[in-house]
Write a protein that binds this ligand. Structure first.
Ligand SMILES: C[S@@+](CC[C@H](N)C(=O)[O-])C[C@H]1O[C@@H](n2cnc3c(N)ncnc32)[C@H](O)[C@@H]1O
Length: 217
């Protein structure tokens, strides 16, 4: 049983309609700007060895992995079949609403790295998911939770909508730590906007990541 941290109020979303309705139609758009995506791909290049089995949670038509690196296996999870079908990085994928069922249909210790990009913020039961992800991750493996300061406001639970960027980092770290993830690291950086705005010094989407590790026996 996962260690529960959130109150019922903190799990509350303004839009109570089934999430599967919201994600029924594919969105072939970028949810994060070029600066954010470049920083994320750089992080993946530094952190994920090519021999890894990678699990991209809350995926879409893009996974942000470096194009020139071939991983052992990339497994995708998401909410829209057409988006996941279009994601050329995925070797396999499945659809699942984590707000209804948090069980991850993968064997224990079968994944090296779990990724969640702009996805954790929509989970109303993050404790149970973090516990499941620890189960499916091999000893020595890690989880990288990345996000910026944007969201589909009505679909995010109150714990996210009512918090600052700093509090988002604290929150993700606390949930991971409570389920047994260790040596949790945090990254908080600004990015540069692309194009002429960037040349004039404008910022892009801020980059945040929380990285947890599964202990070795
Ligand atoms: C803003 S998109 C981010 C997509 C992708 N990770 C990216 O970087 O473009 C949010 C994603 O969160 C996931 N998501 C949202 N609600 C979910 C839910 N109830 N259960 C499982 N996943 C959910 C979906 O896969 C959705 O595509």
């Amino acid at each position: 049983m996962a260690t529960q941290l959130l109150s019922d109020n903190q799990r509350f979303k303004l839009d109570r309609e089934d999430d599967r309705v919201f994600y029924r139609d594919p969105r072939f758009v970028h949810h994060l700007d070029q600066g954010f995506r470049s920083r994320l791909t750089q992080l993946y290049r530094e952190r994920i060895p090519p021999c890894a089995t990678v699990l991209d949670l809350g995926s879409s038509w893009v996974s942000h992995l470096p194009e020139d690196v071939t991983y052992d296996r990339v497994i995708g999870h998401g909410m829209n079949e057409a988006e996941l079908q279009a994601n050329e990085r995925l070797d396999q994928h499945w659809i699942q609403d984590f707000n209804r069922d948090q069980r991850v249909p993968l064997d224990s210790a079968s994944v090296d790295v779990c990724l969640a990009v702009a996805a954790w913020q929509y989970w109303t039961q993050p404790e149970a998911i973090a516990e499941e992800l620890l189960r499916v991750t091999r000893p020595g493996g890690e989880i990288i939770v990345a996000f910026s300061n944007r969201m589909f406001f009505t679909k995010a639970p109150q714990i996210w909508t009512d918090s600052s960027d700093q509090e988002h980092l604290d929150y993700v770290e606390s949930v991971l730590s409570a389920q047994g993830w260790i040596n949790v690291e945090r990254i908080a950086e600004s990015t540069r906007a692309s194009g002429i705005a960037g040349l004039w010094g404008a910022n892009g989407d801020p980059f945040f990541a929380v990285i947890g590790h599964r202990s070795r026996p």
